[in-house]
Design a protein around this ligand. Structure first.
Ligand SMILES: NC(=O)c1ccc[n+]([C@@H]2O[C@H](COP(=O)([O-])OP(=O)(O)OC[C@H]3O[C@@H](n4cnc5c(N)ncnc54)[C@H](OP(=O)(O)O)[C@@H]3O)[C@@H](O)[C@H]2O)c1
Length: 393
């Protein structure tokens, strides 16, 4: 009798301990998630978030004054961006200066693992799902679909370094990126730029190499960057022959760039989505810089903005006026304008405040009249943002 009372007591203690431990584990690790606000759009055979995030600054000292001590703040930005439903992250194997080369990819992998572990402890994942099915008769299919939609989508770019002259060198580059990311498969494998303007013989190997990456099941689709409509058409033809799907093409695209619709039409023909990079013109379209408030001396953006700001004034004034009308900020209007053009913008964010502001650029739409007003003032700019030196026709 004494023994059985003791065993009942021990059993109760044991069970209550499990309940408390599970409760504590769940409450201490569960991070409250805001409802996702960013929608999805098609990009070739896959779908991506309607807003992406650029990672150029995550590791770059020269232009972006990066220092590893900023990683915690960048992670806070990352978490807010992921919570909002952004899954597309643009990066590159060349992002990160000197000894920090590849830093953006390393951070992306690290951040995502941390994000997922905060969402729900991995060890409890299966247990909770199992318990859910057992008690609720729920097979969690909806959750699974949601999880697939919400998985991180890394779109990395391979630099056509002069020594990458064989198709095999691209395959090796993809494996190195995956090692840095600590992942098995990329979402999109991109060519960072075309060599057509200066070393055309390299181009063929790059194209075969990017297709080989797809054939080796190391990516879900491919993409290109800094290609003009003519080169994109040629690339699309070759990918069609190789049966390789193209998801995205990215170019510098903002209110400060000279534009026409040719690249958008070429994307339609190729069945891929145009990604607008530098949608804030490296920060200038946030309207926070002026000639008395420039990036620090020695930062190349200082001289660039000094040259661009005088002629950009009418545009910045219009941006501010439109922003006031719609109760948004100039950054949000500039990003929303790029969305209105049918592109997926990938603004960079270096801290939580910037991330939250950029997320606020979705979930609403500028009126046609506002888009036209911005188009007109942008077309009349005396000085545009300089074109990427590798941009082809
Ligand atoms: N394919 C290519 O060749 C290529 C070239 C360039 C970029 N990209 C991609 O495009 C991404 C975005 O372009 P980008 O980084 O060049 O420039 P961007 O998105 O036009 O501007 C980003 C910069 O603006 C500032 N900023 C961003 N949001 C802000 C906000 N809400 N309020 C105030 N300041 C804000 C930050 O810099 P500060 O705080 O320092 O002002 C930030 O780093 C890159 O990260 C990269 O992934 C691709």
């Amino acid at each position: 009798m004494v023994l059985s009372v003791t065993s009942i007591f021990v059993t109760c203690l044991y069970l209550s301990t499990i309940v408390v431990v599970l409760g504590l584990a769940a409450s201490s690790t569960a991070v409250s998630r805001k409802k996702a606000v960013v929608g999805r759009v098609s990009a070739g055979p896959i779908d991506i978030s309607a807003l992406g995030c650029g990672t150029w600054s995550w590791g770059n000292k020269l232009l972006w004054d990066y220092d590893p001590s900023q990683d915690e703040e960048i992670y806070r930005a990352y978490r807010a961006i992921r919570d909002a439903g952004v899954t597309l992250f643009d990066t590159a194997d060349s992002y990160g200066t000197l000894d920090l080369n590849g830093r953006a990819e390393i951070l992306l992998g690290r951040f995502e693992r941390r994000y997922l572990s905060e969402e729900r402890p991995t060890s409890l994942n299966t247990m909770f799902d199992g318990m859910g099915s057992f008690f609720l008769g729920n097979n969690n299919n909806d959750n699974k679909v949601e999880t697939i939609k919400n998985r991180q989508q890394v779109a990395t770019k391979f630099a056509p370094y002069p020594w990458r002259i064989t198709r095999g060198s691209l395959l090796s580059a993809a494996r190195e990126s995956l090692t840095r990311l600590e992942q098995d498969k990329l979402c999109i494998a991109q060519l960072h730029w075309s060599t057509a303007n200066y070393q055309p013989f390299q181009e063929g190997a790059l194209w075969e190499g990017i297709a080989d990456i797809y054939d080796a099941d190391l990516c879900e689709a491919v993409g290109i960057s800094n290609y003009g409509p003519i080169q994109l058409n040629r690339f699309a033809e070759r990918m069609k022959q190789r049966n390789v799907p193209i998801a995205i093409a990215q170019v510098q695209y903002s209110l400060m760039t000279a534009r026409n619709n040719e690249i958008l039409d070429a994307c339609d023909d190729a069945g891929c989505r145009l990604i607008s990079y530098s949608p804030l013109c490296l920060g200038l379209l946030t309207a926070k810089y002026d000639l008395d408030n420039l990036p620090r001396p020695g930062n190349p953006r200082r001289q660039l903005f000094r040259e661009l700001l005088p002629s950009a004034q009418p545009l910045l004034e219009t941006l501010k006026a439109v922003a006031k009308d719609v109760n948004k900020t100039p950054s949000q209007v500039a990003i929303n304008w790029a969305i209105c053009k049918g592109t997926v913008p990938i603004p960079g964010a270096r801290n939580l405040v910037q991330a939250e502001e950029n997320i606020g650029s979705v979930g609403w739409k500028l009126s046609n009249a506002a888009v036209i007003e911005l188009d007109v003032i942008s077309a009349g700019l005396k000085k545009n943002m300089i074109e990427n030196i590798f941009q082809t026709r």
